[in-house]
Design a protein around this ligand. Structure first.
Ligand SMILES: [Zn+2]
Length: 74
């Protein structure tokens, strides 16, 4: 139970970054850094990187909905 609590604690910390955590470059390269623009409230990324980060999720949801509707129609 306490492990789960710690997990959620860590997760909430993860969502309170004040600088964008979008990685720029190759983590193995010297010039690797994070975007560090101001984040959207409740998100670990800035607005433009939120758009990039969450677009796949949105598209996936849309695709799932479309499949569901197709199944109902069939
Ligand atoms: Zn960013």
């Amino acid at each position: 139970m306490s492990i789960l609590k710690n997990y959620f604690k860590q997760n909430s910390v993860m969502h309170s970054f004040s600088n964008c955590q979008w990685p720029i470059g190759d983590p193995q390269e010297k010039d690797f850094h994070f975007c560090e623009s101001k984040t959207v409230v409740g998100k670990p990324y800035c607005q433009s990187h939120c758009d990039v980060a969450y677009i796949d999720e949105k598209e996936l949801k849309k695709e799932k909905e479309a499949q569901k509707n197709r199944r109902i129609a069939a």
